[in-house]
Design a protein around this ligand. Sequence first.
Ligand SMILES: [Zn+2]
Length: 301
Amino acid sequence: MASSSDSFSTGQFMCCMPRQFMCFLHSFTKFLTAPTGRVFIRRVLAIRRYSLIFWAVMACFLASSTVMAEEADQPQGRLSENVERVVIDPGHGGEDIGVTGPAGLTESRLTLALARQLKIVLEDELGVRVFLTRTGDENPSLYERTALVNRVRGHIFISLHAGGAAQRTRSGFGVFFQDYSLQKGLANRVSLKRPAPGQPVEWALAQGPYLISSRRLAGEISQAMSDVLRVKSREVMGAPLVVLAGAARPAVLVEVGYLTNPEEERRLLSQAYRDAVIRALVQGIDSYQAWVSNRLQEGVG
Ligand SMILES: [Zn+2]
């Protein structure tokens, strides 16, 4: 489990060496244009034999650093790119089987089967690259699951689950996004502003700047599931979810149905219904992608 005291630097997770190099070039350009930098240039130029080499190096450097500085100035995780990398998290696994239906279908088995199928279809139909937080019957920690989307610089994170309730009549899918309002000590510290490059971000608050996008993603998936599955849906809901909190990317949790409801379990056992769930998820992601593209065209970050 991720504790709220864990913190990471967005730079540490999301910057690779070339980006650090760009930041260095950007800082060096600032230094050269500052008064101390101008004194440095005058001193180098005073040594005649170095002046030609100096100007040659400067010409190459300035030509490349203009482009690099622009990239280095991009706030981390900004919606500056279309959805190209998707991280799917099949909930539970290993000893933790999650909810079990009356006919024996376990949540861990169901989410893994759905995630594997979703990966194939997303890669085929939307041409995106898909990463799974687990590919077999193991149980990575919630921290490790979320860390994957930050590490691979994924564009969205979707955690797959099924619902369980004491009342067997409970049914329907649900889509959740992170909600800090119920978390004492966090609610008043959440920032919707994207951190500057390299600025450390507290793990539990990393989702803050992505709440609007996450909510949109949740809405698109919920709408698509309503359209395709034609089953009772719960509203898109906010909840304090550890697996979403540390994601410095748009992130949602989808409960595909209540396994404790015999009728829903029966449906979720059938491949035809699973195909429909996958179709709905793909449609939801595709609609979210369209929203991102529109925002990019309108210049909204
Ligand atoms: Zn679950």
